[in-house]
Design a binder for this molecule. Structure first.
Ligand code: NDP
Length: 465
């Protein structure tokens, strides 16, 4: 790259990404809202600090950089990004690029791209996945922007990205908001996969009475098979961990209430807006929202008095159900990507998306190789669940998924993601469903009319005669 690189926002992700850039031999300017953070960063960088130019402010950093500049923002999504851009713009010149590496709402990325291009500047919306460790050692990077801007920064971005068998897990996926949109859906899939895993843990712990450490061993075993993935791997470690002093499961110290920063919810909002529905992802977002209502749940435990009973499910059945659920989570994520690609004319390369998720990111799993293969091969109706390899996996695992959903329901264990995944599969394999009745009702009360099966005209029911 011929651009001078700068990075603003040395928090968890920013500092890790900065070290990664330095590690790859690129000189880097850095700055942060709070000065002390910069000093600490320089001290921690050790020998890497040699190629580092710290600055006291974003503006001072821009002024110290030679043009053309590429300034990476790694600050919380939303206002901090707009404020940073506003501060920077008067100090930039034609040919400079602002790169937003946070988890932006892709609508904001589209707007910012328009606004900056109107001022002769360039913008790159760059989704980065992999948490702190990924940012430090190699994340998966999903880029949206013009071909020219991407080509200017491609070398650095590919250098810092994770590699899967030598192939960089970074790609320009389309213009403006495409990268951040794909990152958003990545996180939606992540929500669903995490929720499916948590439901599996719940059934094992509270339905089968297994101790966390034992459940961890089962997960570790699964990680050697079809479920091989980063999330299953870390689940095994979390389950195995114990309190340093008491030796009790580390999980037992953790409040069962999860936060969310937006990407899961945005995935669902965008899906619904485009007339899509992603039941497993929706269920996961809902489960996090419900989890926040701890006092309500505590009251409900007393006032409704429902109990959680035993379930008879084998490890193998849970493993198969988790595989089926995970396939649905990915499939629903790719359906949203397809809808957005059509709506915005992005021509997303779904096989490439699957490929750049194979290393570095949180949802990396052995299934992604099969997914990229499926998108390059025969895909009936454009549906991942119908690709021969996946149809076969689903046929084999569906009975276990049914058993898990039924057992959970009968014994009183909430399993919204498993249930949502199964409902999707059952709906998509029912040629004649029950929406004829919905259409009848709509015509009855609102004269909405309906299409007839025989194609004949006369779209109102006899109730209007
Ligand atoms: P941190 O909270 O660790 O760091 C936030 C950084 O932004 C700090 O440098 C902070 O500066 C700065 N900052 C906060 N508010 C402002 C503001 N109003 N103006 C200027 N600077 C500000 O966050 P993360 O590093 O975790 O996240 C950064 C981005 O990366 C977010 O968009 C996040 O969603 C995304 N992301 C995070 C991942 C993760 O696993 N953590 C994974 C992938 C993406 P100061 O030191 O002054 O507080």
């Amino acid at each position: 790259t011929n651009a001078t690189l700068g990075l603003y926002g040395l928090g968890t992700m920013g500092s890790a990404l900065a070290l990664n850039i330095l590690d790859n031999g690129y000189p880097l300017h850095v700055s942060n809202r709070t000065d002390k953070v910069v000093d600490d960063f320089v001290a921690e960088a050790g020998p890497l600090a040699e190629k580092l130019t710290p600055a006291r402010s974003l503006v001072a950093m821009a002024q110290a950089m030679e043009a053309p500049r590429a300034i990476i923002l790694m600050v919380p999504a939303g206002r901090p990004v707009d404020e940073s851009i506003a501060e920077l713009v008067p100090h930039l010149e034609h040919g400079d690029v602002i790169v937003d590496a946070g988890n932006a709402d892709f609508n904001d990325t589209m707007r910012r791209t328009r606004e900056l291009e109107a001022q002769g500047l360039a913008f790159l919306g760059m989704g980065v996945s992999g948490g702190e460790e990924g940012a430090r050692r190699g994340p998966s990077i999903m880029v949206g922007g013009t071909e020219a801007v991407w080509e200017g920064l491609r070398e650095v971005i590919e250098a810092i990205a994770a590699k899967f068998e030598g192939d960089p897990c970074a790609a320009r996926l389309g213009p403006d908001g495409a990268g951040h949109f794909v990152k958003t859906v990545h996180n939606g899939i992540e929500y669903a996969d995490m929720q499916l895993i948590a439901e599996t843990y719940g059934l094992m712990r509270y339905g089968r009475g297994m101790a966390p450490a034992r459940i961890g061993e089962v997960f570790a075993g699964w990680n050697k098979g079809r479920l091989q993935s980063y999330l299953v791997e870390i689940t095994a470690e979390v389950l195995a961990a114990t309190d340093r002093e008491t030796g009790a499961p580390a999980l037992d110290d953790i409040l069962d209430r999860a936060g969310q920063k937006g990407t899961g919810r945005w995935t669902v909002i965008e899906a619904l807006r485009m007339g899509q529905s992603a039941s497993a992802i929706e269920a996961a977002v809902a489960a996090r929202s419900w989890s926040a209502e701890k006092p309500t749940r505590e009251a409900g435990a007393v006032l409704l008095g429902f109990t959680r009973g035993a379930v008879e499910l084998t490890d193998a059945e849970l493993e198969a159900a988790l595989l089926a659920g995970r396939i649905v989570a990915y499939a629903q994520g790719f359906r949203i990507l397809r809808a957005a690609s059509d709506e915005f004319g992005w021509s997303l390369d779904f096989a490439r998306v699957a490929e750049i998720w194979r290393a570095g990111c949180i949802i990396r799993s052995s299934l992604l190789d099969d997914i990229s293969g499926a998108f390059r091969g025969d895909l009936p109706e454009g549906q991942l669940i119908f690709a021969p390899a996946f149809a076969q996996m689903l046929q084999q695992s569906a009975p276990a998924l049914r058993k898990v959903v039924a057992a959970a329901a009968l014994a009183g264990h909430a399993a919204p993601a498993f249930s949502g995944a199964l409902a999707f599969l059952d709906t998509m394999s029912t040629a004649r469903g029950t929406t004829d009745l919905i259409q009848g009702q709509r015509d009855f009360f609102g004269r909405h009319g309906f299409e007839r099966l025989d194609g004949r005209a006369g779209q109102h029911g006899p109730w209007w005669d």
